[in-house]
Design a protein around this ligand. Structure first.
Ligand SMILES: *[C@@H]1O[C@H](CO)[C@@H](O)[C@H](O)[C@H]1NC(C)=O
Ligand SMILES: *[C@@H]1O[C@H](CO)[C@@H](O)[C@H](O)[C@H]1NC(C)=O
Ligand SMILES: *[C@@H]1O[C@H](CO)[C@@H](O)[C@H](O)[C@H]1NC(C)=O
Ligand SMILES: *[C@@H]1O[C@H](CO)[C@@H](O)[C@H](O)[C@H]1NC(C)=O
Ligand SMILES: *[C@@H]1O[C@H](CO)[C@@H](O)[C@H](O)[C@H]1NC(C)=O
Ligand SMILES: *[C@@H]1O[C@H](CO)[C@@H](O)[C@H](O)[C@H]1NC(C)=O
Ligand SMILES: *[C@@H]1O[C@H](CO)[C@@H](O)[C@H](O)[C@H]1NC(C)=O
Ligand SMILES: *[C@@H]1O[C@H](CO)[C@@H](O)[C@H](O)[C@H]1NC(C)=O
Ligand SMILES: *[C@@H]1O[C@H](CO)[C@@H](O)[C@H](O)[C@H]1NC(C)=O
Length: 484
């Protein structure tokens, strides 16, 4: 029973908030009727696991703007990343003083934020719980599904972007007819858990969900409706296990403490991949090329009029209601789009037109881009890791060849130069050729750095080799001094 108590702890937390009528408990985890929680106060659950309070996030498009929310997070874990937010789509400016008020009529409100819960009911009944109003996180014991009696659907909706908890592109819910979890991106089926593959006792496994040790998946069908939930196996008891939570990420996957519970991180929708990815209508241009997005460092350029590459201007969609997943779809569905900026914020910068992508070494601090490449995704995985081998071998052979060729050329040239010098000297000393010496002089000077002089010129300069101009004798013969 200890495990059950742990499972439903967050419920307990908020039940406590609502249930001062049931009697008092410790001041720290309870807000009584008439109490007010201000922005620097927290409620901490009895076992210290969860904290409820106000927190702020800096806007990702305006450093001076900061939005405030009321949320619940694991105490001292993951920078207080919240598992539940009361006012995700109606933040208030963090410099205004906000209060969570539990008034004498039983109304729980944050002033001016649109968040309000009426607890107008009878004693002893659960009036409202945060579990009925999920954000992007499924905690053990929370439900995904439908209740026909109340007409309630429990589903998760991802954040919009890394720093923006507003309702984003992905939703995750339970489909009672097909009995599977279905994720949608902007309303279009994106991924599903696949069918139940086994059911021992009440515990299920699904085709496309990594079975996680210590988690039991439960499908509950009754007269009221049908829902999916999971519970933690008390045998795998640990602090880490206690922080289990399925979080639907703003870029698609469902992660539990940084491990994806899905077998797939990205779905592209054209049926190349199995593992639960759905297929949907694709633009013709993308299908034919078998294109995929690859994360790369570099920039889009085009040849300028001066023959130098110029940075290309991207197209900027400044809507703050679109996130990274929307930007990806925007680029994919635009046949002229070549890639988009891979920052994790709202709004979208992409490139379209006649540009080329110049990769760089990745040392520049620029944001990585998702670039469309014309690669067949079906052989990407097996060839991807060895793609570098062919170019490296070709380069090595080329370098070796060019090196050898260069050395050989240099050798030939030296032989050639020596040969031509010899020839010229021979010509110089051959009386028949003396008449052509002027020509050779011009020619020789033009082609080499060797100064060539005609015999007549030297004879004149040395005054017909008079002994006065003779400096001495060396191995090659007499040396004369001349002045030009
Ligand atoms: C919140 O209330 C506490 C206790 O009444 C007080 O000390 C604190 O200054 C208040 N903080 C704000 C931001 O009003
Ligand atoms: C933020 O505030 C500073 C000064 O307080 C100002 O210089 C800057 O332009 C502001 N930035 C934006 C994005 O408004
Ligand atoms: C996290 O929450 C605690 C209260 O539980 C607070 O004292 C702390 O400053 C918060 N940390 C961050 C990084 O917001
Ligand atoms: C809440 O009410 C107080 C005064 O009671 C006010 O100062 C504050 O700005 C209000 N907060 C919001 C978010 O409107
Ligand atoms: C509270 O309940 C009473 C009767 O049950 C009803 O008349 C009233 O409208 C309810 N108030 C709210 C705010 O729901
Ligand atoms: C719940 O989902 C069903 C279909 O799954 C839909 O017809 C119904 O309108 C939804 N109800 C609410 C309250 O969202
Ligand atoms: C398993 O199913 C049985 C009967 O169908 C039920 O009595 C029991 O409570 C269920 N156990 C869990 C953990 O849901
Ligand atoms: C977005 O761009 C339009 C014009 O292209 C401009 O009128 C609008 O103010 C911009 N919005 C923001 C939030 O920058
Ligand atoms: C794209 O640019 C290249 C040179 O940068 C040019 O040769 C080609 O004609 C251009 N294509 C189109 C469709 O403009």
């Amino acid at each position: 029973m200890a495990s059950k108590e742990r499972l439903f702890n967050p419920t307990v937390l908020l039940i406590i908030i609502m249930s001062s009528l049931w009697g008092s408990s410790a001041a720290l985890d309870t807000l009584k009727q008439g109490d007010v929680l201000n922005s620097s106060q927290y409620l901490v659950s009895a076992k210290q696991r969860f904290t409820l309070g106000f927190f702020s996030l800096t806007s990702d498009y305006d450093d001076n703007k900061s939005d405030s929310y009321l949320g619940i997070w694991f105490t001292n874990y993951e920078q207080n990343r919240s598992v539940w937010i009361a006012n995700r789509n109606r933040p208030f400016s963090s410099d205004s003083r906000a209060f969570l008020t539990f008034d004498h009529q039983g109304k729980l409100t944050i002033n001016s934020s649109g968040f309000g819960v009426n607890s107008n009911g009878s004693i002893g009944r659960r009036l409202w719980e945060s579990f009925d109003d999920p954000t992007d996180t499924l905690l053990p014991g929370m439900k995904l599904g439908v209740n026909h009696e109340t007409g309630r659907n429990w589903s998760l909706t991802s954040w919009l972007a890394q720093n923006d908890p507003a309702s984003g592109a992905f939703t995750l819910g339970w489909e009672p007819k097909t009995r599977r979890l279905v994720m949608k991106r902007r309303g279009v089926p994106y991924w599903s858990s696949g069918l139940q593959v086994s059911s021992s006792k009440n515990v299920s496994l699904f085709e496309y969900i990594h079975p996680t040790k210590g988690q039991d998946y439960i499908i509950n069908t009754d007269a009221e409706g049908q829902y999916f939930t999971y519970s933690l196996d008390p045998e795998f008891d640990s602090l880490d296990q206690e922080r289990s939570a399925w979080q639907l990420q703003y870029w698609g996957p469902i992660m539990d403490r940084s491990i994806s519970i899905m077998k797939m991180n990205f779905c592209s929708g054209y049926g190349m991949e199995a593992e639960g990815c759905e297929t949907w209508n694709q633009p013709e241009c993308r299908l034919m090329g078998g294109q995929t997005f690859e994360q790369k460092s570099g920039s889009f350029t085009r040849m300028g009029p001066d023959g130098l590459p110029q940075l290309a201007r991207g197209v900027f969609d400044n809507r703050t209601t679109i996130g990274p997943a929307d930007c990806r779809a925007l680029c994919w569905n635009n046949c002229d789009c070549l890639g988009y900026n891979g920052d994790e914020g709202t709004r979208c910068l992409y490139w379209e037109g006649n540009f080329t992508f110049d990769p760089d070494d990745g040392r520049s601090r620029s944001i990585l881009k998702y670039v469309l490449t014309k690669e067949d995704p079906s052989n990407k995985d097996d060839k991807g890791n060895k793609k570098w081998i062919a170019p490296v071998i070709v380069t090595a052979i080329l370098v070796l060849f060019l090196g050898t060729f260069g050395l050989w050329r240099r050798y030939l040239r030296r032989v050639d130069v020596e040969g031509s010098e010899e020839k010229q000297l021979l010509e110089l000393t051959t009386p028949d050729r003396l008449l052509d010496a002027d020509e050779l002089e011009k020619d020789g000077n033009a082609r080499h750095n060797i100064k060539v002089f005609s015999f007549a010129c030297i004879a004149a300069a040395t005054n017909n080799f008079t002994p006065e101009t003779k400096l001495g004798e060396g191995g090659f013969g007499p040396v004369y001094k001349v002045c030009f």
